[in-house]
Design a protein around this ligand. Structure first.
Ligand SMILES: N[C@@H](CCC(=O)NCCCC(=O)O)C(=O)O
Length: 251
C-alpha cells in the first residue's frame, strides 16, 4: 500500500558525503527529477542507516526502490576483490543497498539500478567487478573525461547492443543505441540468476535483468536519468519502472 493514495512512493538510496565537519545523506538532483518527470513517482530518500533500521520495514511502505549512481566504489570485501589503495568507498551505502536489493526482490517489488546501482545489484546477487576496467584486456575506456564540461561528460559515448528478444529491447523499443559512460568499474562475473540485457561493443555487460523477478528488476551501467525527457529509450525505461511501481500499489 503506498504512503499516499496517489502516486507510487519509491525509495532512493542515499550516499554518505562529508560536508565538513559533518556527514550528510545525499541523492543527485537529476535522479530525483527523472523519477518525478519520466517515471511519475514520488521519490523518498533512504538514508544509509541500515545499522539502525530494519530495511524490510521500509520496503513494506514503498512501491519500488531505485539505486542511483555514485562516485564511490562498492567495497571489494563484498566480492572476491582486493582493496586498492586510494579507492573512495561508502560502506554505509554499501550495507543499505545490499540489504535493500535482497529485501526488495524477496518482496517482489520493482527495483531499478543505475551505474553504481548496477554494480551493487551484481555484487548483492553473487557477482563480481573489475575495479579498473581501463587496465583490463579488451575493454575500451569507460570513464568520463573530467576536463570536459558536464554536458560533454554525459553525452553519448558508445553503443550498447540489446540482447535480442530481451526485456531491455522490448522496453526501449530499440535493438541498439548510444549511451553515456562514466564509470571506472564494471561487471567481471555476472551474478547467477540474472540475464544480460545489453552488451557494449567491447564485450562489457552494460545491463541485466533479474531472472524470475515478479516485478521490474533491471540494472543499467549508463546514466539514463541524464536529460531523460530528450531520450526516448531511456524515458521508456523510467516509464516502465514507474508503471511497475503503480502495479505494485494495486497489490
Ligand atoms: N563509482 C562507480 C560508479 C560510477 C557512477 O555511478 N558514476 C556516477 C557519479 C555521478 C552521478 O551520479 O552522475 C564507478 O566509477 O564505476
Amino acid at each position: 500500500m503506498s504512503l499516499s493514495s496517489g502516486k507510487p512512493w519509491v525509495g532512493v538510496v542515499a550516499d554518505v558525503k562529508v560536508i565538513p565537519p559533518h556527514p550528510f545523506h545525499t541523492v543527485g538532483d537529476k535522479y530525483l527529477r527523472a523519477l518525478v518527470q519520466a517515471a511519475d513517482v514520488v521519490p523518498v530518500l533512504l538514508p544509509a542507516l541500515s545499522d539502525l533500521v530494519d530495511v524490510r520495514a521500509w520496503i513494506k511502505r514503498l512501491d519500488g526502490v531505485f539505486l542511483p549512481g555514485g562516485y564511490s566504489m562498492v567495497h571489494p570485501e563484498h566480492y572476491d576483490g582486493e582493496h586498492i589503495e586510494g579507492t573512495l568507498y561508502d560502506e554505509a551505502r554499501d550495507q543499505l543497498s545490499l540489504d535493500l536489493i535482497r529485501s526488495t526482490l524477496d518482496a517482489g517489488k520493482p527495483l531499478f539500478g543505475v551505474c553504481r546501482g548496477l554494480q551493487e545489484m551484481n555484487v548483492a546477487l553473487g557477482g563480481s567487478l573489475h575495479q579498473h576496467l581501463h587496465k583490463v584486456g579488451p575493454y575500451q575506456e569507460h570513464r568520463e573525461d573530467k576536463t570536459l564540461t558536464v554536458a560533454e561528460q554525459y553525452a553519448d559515448a558508445h553503443r550498447i547492443n540489446c540482447v535480442s528478444g530481451g526485456q531491455l529491447e522490448r522496453i526501449t523499443g530499440v535493438q541498439e543505441y548510444r549511451v553515456n559512460s562514466l564509470h571506472t568499474q564494471g561487471i567481471d562475473r555476472l551474478a547467477p540468476g540474472v540475464t544480460a540485457e545489453a552488451i557494449a561493443d567491447d564485450g562489457l555487460v552494460e545491463a541485466f535483468s533479474v531472472d524470475g523477478a515478479t516485478a521490474f528488476a533491471m540494472a543499467v551501467q549508463w546514466h539514463p536519468e541524464w536529460r531523460v525527457m530528450e531520450n526516448q529509450p531511456n524515458k521508456n525505461l523510467f516509464e516502465a519502472f514507474g508503471a511497475a511501481c503503480r502495479q505494485t500499489q494495486l497489490l
